[in-house]
Design a protein around this ligand. Structure first.
Ligand code: FAD
Length: 469
């Protein structure tokens, strides 16, 4: 009897333990992708990017004489229908760890088992299962550095190669047409602009990793902080959709470290930040929706999206160059440099005293590497409400940060047009992407800050000192 290989955020053939096990099982393998709210996320950019990934996986499967069957609807009834149509005896998938996915997968597993179907999940999205890494006294790590120390010496199995053959059934079930899902339909800023900046699929992810290890990792320690430089791997969009496995990245990082490449250890640490985020989400699912530190519920953050300051932040016109450049970078490319993410998050939650959830949602709408765990941790870390967070009273100064990390204003000139005689191509792309009703033009003068670095710092510290907890 066939096995349904249910792809979700593991859209690759290589180092995919669920797929390898499905191929080894003996019968035909029917690869399936279900379009349902849980994996798609709520945001326009993640859904658009997901569509590209699904398309690429379908091609890779076809090259192997297989197919990707697309269906729409709630997971359990849709899988049951496919089982009925194909006579499948098993469903395999890679585990996910966010609360919605866990809830759905648990129900699916139990119900399929009751139906007499073999339902098996595998590790493919993480290096370490959240229930396997514990502190000495038991329980999960709430602080990053001890977790890194605990896992850094772990002997991790080598990645699996792509299956040589994916056994095909004699007849294939019907499939939806991907174009009919209209996954890019909510991209108000124009999918074609963001599409210029994506790197899609397993082969592309693999060459991206290869070139980063060959040319980037040695300087990663310093280059990773410079937002104008290609100093990081840019693999987050590929890791998000599982176009490359964390294990493949880990092993490449370990080899680079053995070869004495300077930044390799730091890069491995970043991979473990991703793990840390997932472990926190698994053990404290509320991190995605509520203050991780509950006492922060009493903090007087503005939650009104309509406030002028929120609009200015979203539209990249706060008058703070680092913040505006970063917000525009994300709007155009779907990506934002890590340092810039920290700066804009700090500015929103501290200088502007706005709730981190506003930023979390805006990022989910616009990032092509949106990840439920890393986004939640990133925001709560920046806001001071999360585990191992930067203390609220440590306020990033977006002006001195710019002097430090963008001395020659390369990042600023890449993304801001106002005030330049001949603005850069990328800065002008922003104006092609934004809606007319924002009433912005590259010929406008660049604005004065809505809240200056110093003023914002005072506001933040004042609110913190007078807090009610
Ligand atoms: P590299 O520097 O090459 O790092 C390699 C990989 O390690 C990344 O691809 C990523 O998977 C992981 N990683 C690196 N830094 C972090 C980190 N701080 N936390 C967790 N994992 C990390 N990352 C996302 O993937 N999706 C998000 O939605 C997301 N939202 C964020 C929101 C905020 C407010 C902040 C401060 C950070 C967020 N990050 C998010 C983390 C980080 O900014 C990105 O992972 C990083 O910029 C991706 O670039 P890269 O692939 O070139 O990373």
């Amino acid at each position: 009897r066939p096995v349904l290989m249910w792809f979700r955020r593991d859209l690759r053939l290589g180092d995919n333990p669920a797929l390898t096990a499905a191929c080894k099982r003996g019968g035909p393998v029917i690869p399936v992708f279900l379009h349902d709210e849980v994996v798609d996320g709520q945001g326009a950019a993640p859904r658009f990017r997901l569509g590209l990934s699904v398309e690429s996986l379908a091609k890779s499967l076809e090259e192997k004489g297989s197919r990707l069957i697309l269906r729409r609807g709630d997971a359990l009834p849709t899988l049951r229908k496919l089982i009925e149509e194909t006579g499948a005896g098993a469903v395999y998938w890679s585990r996910l760890y966010d609360p919605d996915a866990i809830d759905r997968d648990t129900k699916v597993k139990e119900a399929l088992k009751e139906d007499g179907i073999e339902a098996e999940s595998f590790r493919g999205h993480l290096l370490f299962e959240p229930w396997t890494v514990e502190t000495k006294t038991g329980g999960f790590y709430k602080v990053y550095t001890p977790m890194w120390k605990a896992v850094k010496g772990t002997d991790i199995d080598a990645p699996l190669s792509r299956p040589g053959k994916i056994p095909a059934p004699d007849t294939w079930p019907d499939s939806d047409n991907l174009a009919d899902w209209h996954l890019a339909k909510d991209m108000r800023r124009g999918a074609d602009i963001v599409a210029r900046y994506v790197t899609v699929g397993e082969d592309a992810a693999s060459s991206r990793l290869g070139s980063f290890i060959a040319n980037g990792i040695a300087d990663y320690d310093t280059a990773r902080n410079l937002p104008w430089k290609e100093g990081t791997s840019h693999l987050s969009e590929n890791l998000t959709y599982g176009e490359i496995s964390p294990r493949t990245c880990w092993h490449s990082g370990i080899r680079a470290r053995e070869e004495g490449k300077g930044g390799a250890e730091t890069w491995l640490k970043e991979l473990v930040w991703r793990e840390f985020a997932y472990h926190l989400v698994y053990h404290t699912p509320r991190i995605t929706t509520a203050n991780w530190r509950e006492d922060w519920d009493a903090f007087p953050w503005n939650e009104d999206e309509r406030k002028a300051e929120v609009k200015a932040w979203k539209q990249g016109r706060t008058g703070i160059r680092f913040v505006d450049a970063a917000m525009r970078e994300m709007y155009v490319t779907g990506h934002m440099h890590n340092r810039a993410r920290m700066i804009v998050a700090s500015y929103l939650t501290k200088h502007l005293l706005c709730h981190w959830k506003i930023g979390l949602d805006w990022f989910e709408e616009h990032l092509i590497d949106w990840d439920p765990a890393s986004n939640a941790l990133g925001w709560q870390w920046s806001a001071g409400s999360g585990p191992d967070a930067t203390p609220y009273f440590r306020v990033f100064n977006p002006v001195t940060q710019l002097d430090k990390f963008d001395k020659n204003r390369d990042y600023v000139s890449a993304w801001i047009a106002e005030g330049y005689d001949s603005p850069s191509k990328t800065a002008l792309e922003y104006f092609q992407a934004i809606p007319e009703h924002w009433h912005m033009s590259p010929n406008d003068p660049y604005l004065d800050p809505i809240v200056t670095a110093d003023e914002g710092r005072k506001r933040a510290l004042n609110a913190y000192e007078n807090r009610d907890f």
